[in-house]
Design a protein around this ligand. Structure first.
Ligand SMILES: NC(=O)C1=CN([C@@H]2O[C@H](COP(=O)(O)OP(=O)(O)OC[C@H]3O[C@@H](n4cnc5c(N)ncnc54)[C@H](O)[C@@H]3O)[C@@H](O)[C@H]2O)C=CC1
Ligand SMILES: NCC(=O)COP(=O)(O)O
Length: 323
């Protein structure tokens, strides 16, 4: 059984959850929703449960829900910080059930970092919170996977000037090992090919446009190669996402968030999935956010959530086989 978190109740999460249940109810993979049942009741048949094990028999005719309760009535498009506690509790419980082995993976619906942080949440997103809950802080790595491309932002939710300051040979090496291990164990790629982007225009052009390639990125690549990984780069970032270039690697290792997420979402927004590597559990999520601007209008595309649920099931099965 998989567990799906509530996400922000004012976001598109309720409507995409209902749409994906309709899509998967016959052939699965089955999931249990952890959230307030009233968010879904007017869209699909819902059945509250006490134990995850009850979910499998119910899934084909009703969406099984482990109930949580909101503090304020939800209004689509109007996030309310009074509901932040329930958003956070859904994530905590999903991780607890997965660490205990009752669930095989966590899929998270989108949250507003702004809303949860206003209620005291100290993390810039799910990723580091999940690592804290799993007691593996610092081991987490964000990977986004779509049909055309996989990318890893080596620095993530920080201002661009801080991302540049954070880059180090040690961080690149550590991230690359987590990615290679995750691609082998969970994605079933025995010899993953990692391509590293440069940071600067033309990958620095021999130091004319910046020295991070020579001083930080290249030493990491040389070390990783000596350690037996299949690595290439630093590549000029503007040409490494062409179809020909993408055919030469399995994952693009990017130096900052938007360097990787812009090509990923441009190519694969509808089916892109965010995967957290480096955790003792499987976690996936749609690649998009809360989309408050269209919440409650039945405009939201549910395919990224559907892809996240299917990929979570595949990764969990691969990890079980490779254990
Ligand atoms: N995994 C998560 O919890 C994520 C959370 N976020 C959070 O979401 C909030 C909003 O972030 P934005 O940058 O505005 O990104 P966003 O993905 O929420 O929205 C960007 C644009 O894409 C559209 N869009 C997004 N998902 C869509 C879908 N399924 N179907 C149709 N249109 C869709 C929206 O309507 C909007 O115009 C922020 O607080 C951000 O931190 C963003 C990404 C992931
Ligand atoms: N840009 C990816 C994103 O915002 C999701 O972050 P997280 O909640 O998975 O940490």
């Amino acid at each position: 059984m998989l567990v799906l978190t509530q996400g922000d109740p004012a976001s598109i999460a309720p409507e995409i959850t209902a749409a994906v249940w309709q899509q998967l109810r016959q052939n699965g993979p089955a999931f249990v929703y952890i959230g307030d049942p009233t968010l879904l009741e007017r869209r699909v048949p819902v059945q509250t449960i006490r134990y995850l094990s009850e979910g499998a028999d119910i899934f084909s005719h009703a969406l099984p829900v482990l109930p949580l309760h909101l503090s304020a009535p939800p209004a689509p498009g109007e996030p309310d910080r009074r509901n932040a506690a329930s958003v956070i509790e859904s994530i905590r419980l999903a991780v607890e059930l997965t660490l205990s082995g009752e669930s095989s993976a966590v899929i998270t619906n989108p949250i507003s970092k702004d809303v949860v942080q206003s209620a005291g949440f100290r993390h810039p997103g799910h990723t580091s919170y999940l690592a804290e809950l799993c007691q593996t802080p610092g081991d987490e790595v964000m990977l986004l996977a779509g049909p055309s491309l996989k990318v890893v932002p080596i620095t993530v939710h920080v201002a661009l000037r801080d991302a540049i300051a954070q880059l180090s040979t040690e961080l690149i090496i550590r991230t690359a090992h987590t990615v290679a291990a995750g691609l082998r164990r969970d994605f079933g790629l025995p010899h993953p090919r990692l391509a590293f982007a440069g940071l600067n225009p033309h990958a620095g052009e021999h130091g004319l446009m910046g020295r991070e390639e020579q001083e930080i990125i290249l030493p990491a690549i040389n070390t990783l190669r000596a350690q037996g990984l299949d690595v290439s780069g630093p590549l000029p970032p503007d040409t490494m996402f062409t179809p020909d270039a993408r055919a030469r690697y399995d994952v693009a290792m990017c130096m900052y968030h938007d360097q990787g997420l812009i090509p990923l979402k441009t190519l694969d927004m509808a089916e892109g999935v965010n995967v957290t590597l480096g955790l003792p559990i499987i976690r996936t999520s749609p690649d998009h956010g809360t989309a408050f601007d269209i919440a409650g209008q039945n405009k939201a595309d549910p395919r990224s959530l559907e892809a996240a649920i299917k990929l979570a099931a595949t990764l969990a099965e691969n990890r079980r086989k490779n254990a």
